[in-house]
Design a protein around this ligand. Structure first.
Ligand code: NAD
Length: 352
């Protein structure tokens, strides 16, 4: 029995995580969920958006399925954490959001985001099949930002050899296991010669150890244009943190929207699975959210737990519901709610 930390999160988070939980259980996967609160609910109940109970649970389970958490749009919002982190550092640290805090404190150094077309989901393309590898620990997300004076702010972009090599090696190993043959390193080294230059050079050097994988590179702005023009030419994309964040949303748009884009964060000791999308406050609590991205994140989780049969059952039931097109959410061209789509998938798993 695998124990899994379940973080419902904010906005549509509780709706999409309960859908994924019910479907994983209906697939007969040998898992038990341990629910803990993070985000705005935890802030209200415990006075902090990231209580120690979250870290205690993940320390036990080593695996988390997370819904999105809201980041209040206020200049001085920080998430404070006091614990021994994965690198052995103690003392109070502060992070720009709950998600960034979890990724950094748990050493989740890479975010893997597969983006592909699904049957019967209308989109402008029909042959997109990308795996995005986003460096998760540094770049402009290091959280080193300050006002220099009343009219000027600065943020510091950190790129290290260590983090660049680690994410490149992970991406190349992952692609090799998938039998993929191509990776594109994405950067802006023509302008940020030292930081992005280091990322590019390190990734290229690491790739020399993987002669079976073809390596090319693109400047991030040109990549965005080419992704929109001809997405099928790309297989794996390896990006620093900020470009990875932005390009993931663009790529989700190629296949039908944010409701379809799953994700997984990996570190040396644990993994956290979460959709690319946020809390979608415009549709939260209305039974309108597409649960697919979180269900597919749970499929990635089942594969990571070495439960491929359960993963295949969940994906198969989801695809069957997509193909029938009757019980799918509004963004997928239907008019079913989150709950009805979930029940339809559970029904397929129960053989009805
Ligand atoms: P968002 O992803 O929440 O929403 C963007 C648009 O996509 C909205 O129109 C929304 O309705 C739609 N959408 C998103 N997910 C959907 C789904 N499953 N089904 C149907 N439609 C969906 O992005 P945002 O509005 O920029 O961010 C809202 C909040 O979420 C912010 O507080 C942000 O910080 C947070 N956020 C959290 C995470 C995370 O926790 N991993 C990630 C991104 C954003």
């Amino acid at each position: 029995m695998h124990r899994i930390t379940l973080i419902a999160g904010d906005g549509i988070g509780p709706e999409v995580t309960s859908a994924a939980r019910d479907i994983v259980l209906a697939a007969g996967a040998p898992v038990a969920f341990e629910e803990v609160a993070a985000g705005q609910r935890a802030e209200r109940e415990c006075g902090t958006p990231l209580p120690a109970a979250v870290f205690d649970s993940i320390a036990r389970t080593k695996v988390a399925l997370k819904g999105p958490t809201q980041t209040p749009f206020s200049g001085d919002y920080r998430v404070h954490v006091e614990r021994r982190d994965v690198e052995g550092r103690t003392g109070m640290r502060s992070h720009p959001s709950v998600t960034v805090a979890l990724r950094k404190e748990l050493g989740l150094f890479v975010n893997v985001r597969p983006i592909k077309n699904y049957p019967s989901v209308a989109s402008r393309y029909d042959d997109v099949d990308l795996v995005i590898f986003r460096e998760n620990s540094e770049d402009l997300y290091s959280g080193i930002e300050r006002m220099i004076d009343e009219g000027t702010a600065e943020a510091i972009k950190i790129i290290s050899y260590r983090a660049s090599e680690r994410v490149a090696r992970f991406a190349l190993e992952y692609l090799r296991k998938l039998g993929r043959k191509k990776v594109t390193i994405v950067h802006k080294a023509n302008v940020m010669r030292l930081t992005d230059g280091l990322f590019l050079k390190t990734a290229q050097e690491t790739a020399r150890h993987y002669p079976d994988i073809e390596v090319d590179q693109r400047v991030v702005d040109a990549l965005c244009m080419e992704l929109v023009m001809k997405p099928e030419q790309f297989g794996g994309l390896l990006l620093p943190n900020l470009y990875g964040d932005i390009v993931s949303d663009l790529a989700a748009g190629l296949v039908g929207g944010l409701g379809l884009a799953p994700g997984a964060n990996f570190g040396p000791d644990c993994a956290m699975f979460e959709a690319v999308h946020g809390t979608a406050p415009d549709i939260a609590g209305q039974d309108l959210a597409n649960p697919m991205a979180t269900i597919l994140s749970a499929v990635m989780m089942l594969r990571y737990l070495d439960e491929p049969a359960a993963a295949d059952r969940v994906e198969g039931a989801l695809v069957a519901v997509l193909q029938e097109k009757r019980q799918v959410t509004r963004d997928l061209g239907g008019n079913a709610g989150t709950r009805a789509m979930t029940s339809a998938i559970v029904g397929k798993l129960n053989g009805s």
